[in-house]
Unconditional design. Structure first.
Length: 417
């Protein structure tokens, strides 16, 4: 398991001839097609990926024998090939400035276990430490009566971009998570836990989850934007997170919209973050004498008809529309989804997006582009960790089981752990 590679590890892919690179590539194509398109007949699979029916039939037999695929009867004579539920356990952790969450998904037992540590405000504690992540991981695996080495994989989501070459948080974002600065995240946690770890930016993982099971399902090209305390983005192209040359692709929050706008923590002026992040919206309301404690409070008040709250959310939508139009002209995604707290605001934000002058211009050349809210809620990042581990190990599931979407009683741990 890697800390920045967007390819599936061939070592984990089943094959009738382990020495055949062509065979491994064909197995990967079948798996990727099932992830992208969902359950399919073998004939449709063969047509879609350009392989003979005999080759697809052989690969499907191998996948079934390895427990990675199953046949779903449609009628008395036809069956669809689908990805089979994983039989292992996956641990996903999410490192935010104010908390660290971890969830263990035990697919064999059909059990989800949650744990969280809340972090006190202050430069020394924001983002916690690798030891806190390790403590959560050990606690959850012990509760599940598993060892860390028995896990199918561990995924850690970081609320910051990760440079691909070094595996460290990008230098301009390091002040947000001081204890993680200059640490190769995946390597450090792998050494601490004694098991391979995959580390990724949180918005990238949320994008992968939404592409796999949510708003972007079935889209060959998908842009996801997370808007809450901060603003992040993730791009999924042909079923894989697009990292770019340095691993920092998708950072739409730092797209400059107005060069004379407010100063952003990245050092630029007028970034999207400075207009649509929670702090920016709360400051805009405070200046109007209409203070609110949180973005969720703003959304609640807007739904109740508060004109100032509706105004700031509508304007946030217009800024998002401008950023989406700029991005779409380069990447041309077929679907753009808004997640995080702002994505929950509904029509008032999306009316702003659609009213953006830039979106009107974009519609003239790209009328098929779709805008919508993300579907997986607060757990999208953690589900993305599951999707990444399953893809890395040559596995996948066509739909999240219901037990995986229900939070268990959360273990609350002390921040001194």
């Amino acid at each position: 398991m890697t800390h920045g590679d967007d390819s599936t590890s061939a070592a984990h892919l089943p094959a009738g001839n382990p020495g055949s690179g062509v065979r491994q590539g064909n197995v990967r194509r079948v798996l990727d097609s099932l992830r992208l398109e969902g359950p399919s007949s073998q004939a449709a699979l063969a047509r879609r990926i350009g392989l003979s029916r005999a080759t697809v039939n052989s690969i499907v037999k191998t996948l079934r024998s390895n427990g990675l695929a199953e046949l779903q009867p449609v009628n008395g004579r036809e069956s669809l090939v689908a990805l089979a539920p994983s039989q292992g356990a996956v641990l996903a952790a999410q490192v935010n400035t104010g908390s660290i969450r971890a969830v263990l998904f035990d697919f064999a037992a059909g059990v989800r276990l949650d744990a969280e540590v809340s972090l006190r405000a202050g430069a020394d504690l924001e983002g916690g430490t690798p030891d806190m992540v390790a403590a959560l991981a050990r606690s959850l695996t012990a509760e599940a009566e598993l060892s860390l080495q028995q896990l199918a994989g561990v995924a850690v989501a970081i609320q910051a971009p990760i440079a691909r070459s070094s595996g460290t948080i990008a230098s301009w974002a390091g002040r947000q998570l001081p204890a993680w600065t200059d640490l190769p995240v995946a390597h450090t946690l792998s050494q601490t836990l004694g098991t391979p770890v995959l580390a990724e930016n949180d918005a990238n993982l949320a994008a992968l989850a939404e592409w796999t099971w949510g708003a972007g399902q079935g889209a060959a090209d998908f842009l996801y934007v997370m808007c809450a305390a901060g603003v992040g983005g993730g791009v999924v192209l042909d079923g894989r997170i697009h990292h770019g040359g340095d691993g920092l692709a998708g950072e739409i929050g730092h797209m400059v919209l107005h060069p004379d706008g407010p100063v952003c923590f990245c050092g630029s002026r007028g970034c999207l973050t400075t207009f649509v992040a929670e702090r920016a919206l709360l400051q805009a309301l405070e200046a109007s004498g209409n203070s609110r404690a949180s973005l969720r409070d703003v959304i609640k008040a807007a739904r109740a008809g508060d004109p100032a709250c509706r105004r700031v959310l509508h304007e946030a939508g217009r800024h998002l529309g401008q950023a989406f139009a700029n991005t779409a002209k380069l990447l041309a995604p077929s679907v753009i989804a808004v997640g995080g707290t702002l994505g929950e605001a509904g029509a008032v934000v999306f009316d702003g997006i659609h009213s953006s002058v830039e979106v009107h211009s974009l519609r003239a050349v790209s009328p098929a582009i779709q805008f919508g809210p993300a579907r997986l809620g607060d757990d999208a990042v953690l589900f993305g960790g599951v999707a990444a581990v399953l893809a890395e190990t040559g596995q996948g599931i066509s739909a999240l089981p219901r037990w995986a979407t229900r939070r268990s009683t959360v273990q609350r741990m002390n921040s001194s752990a």
